[in-house]
Design a protein around this ligand. Sequence first.
Ligand code: ADP
Ligand code: MG
Length: 319
Amino acid sequence: MPNPPAISIRALEKTYRRRGKGSTKHALKGIDLDIPQGSLFALLGPNGAGKSTLINIMAGLVLKTSGQVTIWGTDLDEDPRRTRASIGVVPQELNIDAFFTPRALLDLQAGLYGVPKADRRTEALLETVGLTDKADSYARTLSGGMRRRLMVAKAMVHSPPILVLDEPTAGVDIELRQQLWANVRDLNRQGVTVLLTTHYLQEAEELCDRIAIIADGQVRANDTKEALLARLDGKELYVTLALPLPAPLPPALTALGAQPVSGDTLLFRHRRLDGLVPRVLAALAEAGLAIADLRTAEADLEDVFLQLTRPVATGNQAA
Ligand code: ADP
Ligand code: MG
């Protein structure tokens, strides 16, 4: 039997009520989501999709309206203390006291979580996030990327099995982004389940093994990166033969993923067409099949992402 999910979310709803103004915002509209143990999971979606709301509910920072959230086997409603102990959260907004040093900050946080002195991993955490050299510098002297990494270390002081990062690289320059990603990958390799939100497709694609696409408070897609990319990858090659398709198809063509789409036309789907086209042509020639027509179609990942996250046409306009 596979392990139970690290996080399990069922029928989760959130409506923000703005007191006084009487306006409301239906931010989460029935979210069902499982985050597998050990995964590096991206919650990908445009601004306003509901990502931070979802994260903040898990972290106990926002109250859900209805639905069920189970974290590391514990229901959020039954034992919020325990669920909080199971996740470390790096919030979207960084607020670090400028006059703390990384070492002092990590010690303080460990104290808040009741981690005994003997069990503290301050030095190891500083090392993991590459801040050993800066351990005793005031936080105000750290760059944006260093602060973000310090927040990752801070989220990990109580050794939670799950690390949650909300928009980890927003506002972090490219060089430091690479280092942060390396830190996150390291933690994941050490067995930590990582959930991050991002509105950068590239970040989800490069860093994560599973991606859920969320838009307008709903999950639009949820799959392994490979399956999602295969599904989203719109690079298509249509080959129409001079004669009806042979049955069965020559194995060389099936091996290239040929799918019959009509009596005389085959479709090949691929991430990239370069490389595929010559192989298809060679396989057809070898099978003695003449080509009547050849057509390619492509939608790039960004297009399909936009397509999946486009607002559904309802009267319910976002604020
Ligand atoms: P994301 O993190 O994906 O950008 P959020 O979860 O921050 O999205 O926001 C989802 C929606 O809920 C947005 O329309 C946002 O304006 C609204 N929202 C977020 N927080 C509040 C709040 N405290 N009060 C009212 N509306 C909110
Ligand atoms: Mg957000």
